[in-house]
Design a protein around this ligand. Structure first.
Ligand code: LLP
Length: 420
């Protein structure tokens, strides 16, 4: 459930009519609902309530906006970060360093040192090489890094190839059959407290079976490692739970997920950790846009040209992702159209042959389910500005990320004298 609903024929974010935001902030603009973030955070937490002290770290790559992170920090969430930039955001938002987990295959030495200085809670180490490097850096600093070894369970997540992470050919984690030996070797190194394993098999999962298969493998590994004489006190089960983008999706609910986790992990005797991203943020945001014009198409459908483009919302161009497109003030009539942005490439297409509300130039529309992997993946391609973000709370709203204008971006570029 979200809080983007028609009231008296006008789409609102909570109690704010979207045309007011469009008039004040201009389009395109991301609009987030605080109540929806809070609701999702609580539903996910509630789904894990029967576990013993689960640790929930929001995968902040899904939506790193500072105000969004503050909402989640207040709900008791930690952060899963993948760069020093994300780490600093999590801290700036008020998340506790001890509640921060650092994932990613390419942590640099300076990022590791920075994270150690901040005393973060855990490093999810993705290779033996990384573990050896972290050991040396931590030992030199007189610190001990808590680590979980990320394993690659070689399970097909059944999602888009570009967001699958748990197959043997993917770059993430250590091969399953080598995991025990690597765990035991890293356990002997100074500066490391090797305390668990981590996995994350992919994103936008619409079935629990691949997750369950991966968790069962992880449970076997925990036993195996313990049999080898090392302790395992933590298992990080990652994120990945899908959300509804179109009526055709039928993702498992957080409650079903929680039930499966509780059943599979019942006798593991560890602290479980989670890294949800999309399930918290996806339906908590929309991208508000204006129709520039409706252009007749060569085929039988016209092009609805909107002022948002692939640089603002990359998912359709990158993953052929579906985002529902609806009018802010629907007139009850419908049309079939192609929905495109102004960027000069054919990939800048949000939808082809979409049955949608009827639109004319100047009308406002939203792309739904844009709260996760939306603004954060925006770019300035075609020298367009960086899209702003607005947070709504009841009948008030605030700009929580300003539009970065093309002139500001231009001002950061320099022509060296020697070119003249
Ligand atoms: N943990 C790790 C280590 C991850 O790599 C990810 C996402 C998550 C947690 C959160 O996964 P979630 O709960 O959001 O599924 N840009 C793509 C999604 C990329 C996901 C990358 N990793 C998209 O727009 O669909």
């Amino acid at each position: 459930m979200d809080h983007f609903e028609l009231k008296n024929g006008v789409l609102h974010a909570e109690d704010v009519p979207l045309p007011i935001i469009a008039a004040e902030v201009e389009t395109p603009v991301y609009v987030y609902s605080r109540a929806t973030f809070v609701r999702h955070a609580r539903v996910f937490k509630e789904a894990l309530a029967r576990l013993d002290n689960p640790h929930i770290a929001f995968a902040i790559k899904a939506n790193p906006n500072l105000a969004v992170l503050r909402i989640l920090a207040k709900e008791g969430y930690g952060a899963d970060v993948v760069s020093a930039g994300e780490l600093d955001r999590a801290l700036a938002a008020g998340m506790k360093a001890q509640d921060i987990v650092f994932s990613g295959v390419g942590k640099t030495a300076s990022e590791m040192a920075h994270a150690l200085e901040q005393d973060i809670g855990q490093f999810n180490v993705e290779s033996e090489e990384e573990g050896i490097e972290l050991s040396a850096i931590a030992a030199a600093m007189g610190k001990t890094a808590n680590i979980a070894l990320r394993i690659n369970p070689d399970v097909d997540a059944g999602t888009h190839a570009k967001i699958s992470t748990g197959k043997a050919e993917n770059k993430f984690g250590v091969p399953f059959h080598k995991a025990k030996a690597i765990y035991l070797r890293l356990s002997r190194l100074p500066g490391l407290n090797v305390r668990g394993i981590a996995l994350h098999i992919g994103s936008q999962l619409t079935s629990l079976s691949p997750l369950e298969a991966a968790f069962i493998k992880a449970g076997g590994l925990v036993k195996d490692i313990r049999g080898g004489g090392a302790a395992v006190t933590h298992v990080d089960l990652g994120g990945g739970l899908g959300v509804t983008y179109s009526g055709k999706d039928n993702p498992p609910s957080p409650a079903d997920y929680g039930e499966m986790v509780a059943r599979v992990t019942a006798h593991w005797d560890v602290q479980l950790m989670f890294e949800p991203g999309r399930v918290i943020a996806g339906n908590a945001g929309v991208l508000l846009t204006q129709v520039i014009r409706v252009k007749p198409g060569g085929g039988n459908a016209p092009f609805i040209v909107v002022d948002a483009a692939m640089n603002d919302l990359a998912r359709p161009a990158m993953y052929d992702a579906y985002h529902e497109f609806v009018a802010v003030q629907p007139n009850g009539r419908h049309m079939t159209a192609h929905i495109v942005g102004p960027v000069c490439e054919t990939g800048d297409t949000f939808a082809m042959h979409r049955e949608t509300d009827e639109f004319a130039a100047g009308d406002l529309a939203i792309f739904r389910t844009a709260g996760a992997y939306g603004a954060t993946m925006a770019s300035t391609y075609n020298s367009r500005g960086l899209v702003p973000e607005v947070l709504v709370d009841g009948d008030r709203f605030a700009v929580v990320a300003e539009r970065i204008k093309p002139a500001t971006i231009l001002a950061a570029e320099h022509v060296p004298d020697w070119l003249d």
